[in-house]
Design a binder for this molecule. Structure first.
Ligand SMILES: [Zn+2]
Length: 313
């Protein structure tokens, strides 16, 4: 079977260098295997995602030199997302959650992704007589307990007990949007995705996704998590978000210039000289990609890689 990868950015803001690196690595991973690659524009957030941002993401990736075998907008898959909720409801696993944000955090127990654990306070609450579609509260799904074993392709041990370490996830939000993990696993299955290549910031929740996949009897893809581009913020390192978006970058870089910088930051090129994604394809190998995150900064006209700091993985 042909490998299929997917790049699945949320379209709630402009692409930043971290988005572009993730897109590039995902594309190189699939293309270097002779595989297919799908661009899935995750546009479900009714407040923050707009058609303009969604189109800008698609245009920006194409400008960088990336191409796709299929481009889908996640909002087009509403029916499949609702089918999954119907299945959970039929199994008696779906319930409304009335907890406020304050209640949810009051116990202070953290989940592996830095959020707060949900302790199942509302488990057992019934759905409205008319079914989940009539419910105005967020909906959660009851997870079976037990460890989900997982070591990703880069060797990260992500085994965890999602029910104990996260608690039951929200699968439909208060605003009616289908929540990220559910939409993501349903769509991976619709698009026959066999390889999920993404930034290490998403690694901590892999167990939740694997559990949802198992509950819906969806196939299990290979996961691989890669380095992040970070920026110094005060004395902390943060994901490089918002510091500089693609519209600003394009005022200062051509596509191959920016691609060359990303390749250099990731370890794929000895210098930041211009490179196209196709130039990088010939000798792409994950063993050449830095394992550790890289700290970069925007000096107003250029991106620069800061002195290497070895960060805990
Ligand atoms: Zn609750």
């Amino acid at each position: 079977m042909t490998d299929t990868g997917r790049f699945a950015p949320s379209t709630t803001g402009p692409a930043h260098p971290g988005t572009l690196l993730a897109a590039l690595l995902c594309w190189l991973d699939a293309r270097s295997r002779g595989g297919r690659v799908v661009l899935r524009l995750e546009d479900l957030d009714p407040e923050r995602s707009t058609p303009e941002l969604t189109s800008a993401m698609e245009d920006g990736l194409s400008w960088l030199g990336l191409d796709w075998d299929e481009t889908v907008r996640q909002s087009a898959n509403r029916e499949a997302h609702e089918d999954a909720l119907d299945r959970f409801a039929a199994a008696g696993l779906l319930y409304p959650c009335a907890c406020s944000r304050a209640t949810h955090k009051s116990h202070g127990l953290r989940s592996p992704d830095g959020g707060f654990r949900y302790l199942g306070t509302c488990r057992g609450r019934a759905l409205p007589a008319g079914g989940w579609r009539e419910c105005e509260e967020p909906l959660r799904v009851e997870l079976p307990s037990g460890v989900v074993p997982c070591v990703d392709e880069s060797g990260l041990d992500l085994s965890q007990d999602p029910a104990a370490q996260f608690g039951d996830p929200v699968v439909r939000r208060r605003d009616g949007a289908i929540a990220y993990h559910l939409a993501s696993v349903v769509d991976d299955s619709l698009q026959d995705v066999t390889r999920v290549v993404r930034g290490r910031d998403l690694a901590a929740t892999t167990g939740v996704q694997l559990r949802l996949r198992a509950m819906l009897e969806l196939p299990r893809p290979v996961y691989r998590h890669h380095l992040l581009l970070l920026e110094q913020r005060g004395d902390k390192l943060a994901k490089l978000h918002g510091a500089v978006g693609l519209p600003r970058l394009r005022e200062h870089y051509g596509a191959s210039g920016l691609c060359g910088f990303l390749a250099h930051a990731a370890g794929l090129s000895p210098d930041p000289a211009p490179r196209t994604p196709r130039d990088l394809l010939a000798d792409f190998d994950w063993r050449r990609v830095h394992a550790q995150d890289r700290v970069i900064h925007w000096d107003g006209t250029q991106l620069r890689v800061d002195a290497v700091r070895l960060l805990d993985v």
